[in-house]
Design a protein around this ligand. Structure first.
Ligand code: HEM
Ligand SMILES: *[C@@H]1O[C@H](CO)[C@@H](O)[C@H](O)[C@H]1NC(C)=O
Ligand SMILES: *[C@@H]1O[C@H](CO)[C@@H](O)[C@H](O)[C@H]1NC(C)=O
Ligand SMILES: *[C@@H]1O[C@H](CO)[C@@H](O)[C@H](O)[C@H]1NC(C)=O
Ligand SMILES: *[C@@H]1O[C@H](CO)[C@@H](O)[C@H](O)[C@H]1NC(C)=O
Length: 333
């Protein structure tokens, strides 16, 4: 009797032991999952810490575009040049100084990237509303989205929580940012290097429906290329002579450089891509059907562009306690 009592209790406590261990294991697993999910990008990342973040960025982008329409294009390109170099980590924003070399003087960036002052205004307003909370990398991702939308393009949800880099890499900027002289093979490999597909290359190149390029970036095309409309080349030669006028601007989409439409693809069909790299995506058999599709179906272009932007904006983000939140987007800790 006493024995059976004893074994009854020991059995019960054994059962409890098993149950309690299982509960502990399950708890620790689920808290692990939670800890990991805290280190992922999410749409509501600043919901409690900076609820006005989206309003502040959007209002400032709208104000900046009102000041100068081209700013929308410049902000979109800043995000692209950030993401292609060690991921979207704000590295492109860091200034050079006596002991530090950033990416601003890399060949594709120097005398070319713009709107750093607008990022400063956004950051200053965010520092006032919620100090040391919102990363510069996230600012670029939101500002790019808002720019596209306010120039008449599509919109999409931006997942947030990127952290800012402590470093930059000028060599990597020269290696990884595609050049306007590149052929389709090289463009494809630049995109593949950062995990973007051929389709992403074709849809994201549609960003060139807004903004401007300097004569120096398309001179070789208008004098040497054969895959170009002759009257189009002739007209551009008038503004971009064989020597000089390097910084004279031309709309990447000649007719509507301030409107996010699909004219870029229609221009490619008639060999009126401004950059050599633009026209390259319409003389390789594989891209041709996509270009034709986008030229006819603007909604399809918008959908694929939005998907491509989300992919691009999520290239290797710094998460959790990697990197930092900068107070000034131009300076790392
Ligand atoms: C596919 C390879 C690409 C090449 C070779 C390329 C090259 C260029 C070049 C040479 C310029 C003119 C720069 C200057 O004259 O200073 C430019 C402008 C621009 N690029 Fe690209 N680009 C590419 C892809 C992209 C992507 C993926 C985006 C964004 C998603 C983008 C957005 C822009 C914008 C908006 C401008 C105009 C900027 C302004 O007016 O300030 N580009 N690009
Ligand atoms: C717009 O222009 C005004 C006047 O030059 C300037 O003070 C303001 O900072 C600009 N806004 C943005 C967002 O760049
Ligand atoms: C910078 O990028 C280049 C090219 O990708 C790479 O070889 C080099 O190791 C990088 N430098 C640093 C300090 O990470
Ligand atoms: C593309 O350009 C690269 C580098 O300039 C060159 O090596 C390659 O042969 C070119 N490919 C084609 C298909 O023209
Ligand atoms: C130079 O820039 C780096 C990177 O932003 C920063 O960490 C450092 O404090 C700066 N040095 C000076 C003297 O401003």
């Amino acid at each position: 009797m006493a024995l059976s009592y004893y074994s009854y209790y020991s059995m019960a406590s054994f059962k409890c032991f098993i149950a309690c261990i299982s509960v502990l294991i399950i708890l620790s697993l689920s808290s692990n999952v939670e800890a990991r999910s805290k280190e992922q990008l999410s749409i509501d990342y600043y919901y409690y810490t900076c609820p006005k973040v989206l309003d502040i960025v959007r209002d400032t982008v709208v104000e900046a575009i009102k000041n100068e329409t081209r700013t929308g294009a410049s902000l979109l390109r800043l995000h692209f040049h950030d993401c292609f170099v060690n991921g979207c980590d704000g590295s492109v924003l860091l200034d050079d100084n006596a002991t530090f070399t950033g990416e601003k003087n890399a060949f594709p960036n120097s005398n070319s990237l713009r709107a750093f002052d607008v990022v400063d205004v956004i950051k200053a307003r965010l520092e006032k509303a919620c100090p040391l909370i919102v990363s510069c990398a996230d600012i670029l991702a939101i500002a790019a989205r808002d720019s596209v939308y306010h120039l008449g393009g599509p919109t999409w949800d931006v997942r947030l929580g990127r952290r800012d880099s402590l470093t930059a890499n000028l060599t990597a900027a020269n290696v990884f940012i595609p050049a306007p002289s590149s052929n389709i093979t090289l463009l494809k490999s630049n995109f593949a290097d950062v995990g973007l597909s051929f389709k992403d290359l074709v849809s994201l190149s549609g960003a060139h429906t807004i903004g401007f390029a300097r004569c120096t970036t398309f001179r070789s095309r208008i004098y040497n290329d054969r895959d170009i409309s002759p009257p189009f080349a002739q007209k551009l030669r008038g503004e971009c002579p064989p020597v000089g006028n390097d910084d004279v601007l031309q709309g990447l989409d000649l007719k509507t450089p301030s409107h996010f439409d699909n004219l870029y693809y229609k221009n490619l069909l008639t060999k009126k891509g401004l950059l050599h790299s633009d026209q390259e995506i319409y003389n390789s058999n594989k891209a041709d059907p996509i270009v034709r599709k986008y030229s006819r179906d603007v909604s399809k272009f918008y959908r694929d562009f939005s998907k491509g932007m989300i992919k691009m904006s999520e290239i290797s983000p710094l998460l959790g306690n990697e990197g930092e939140i900068r107070q000034n987007c131009r300076v790392a800790r």
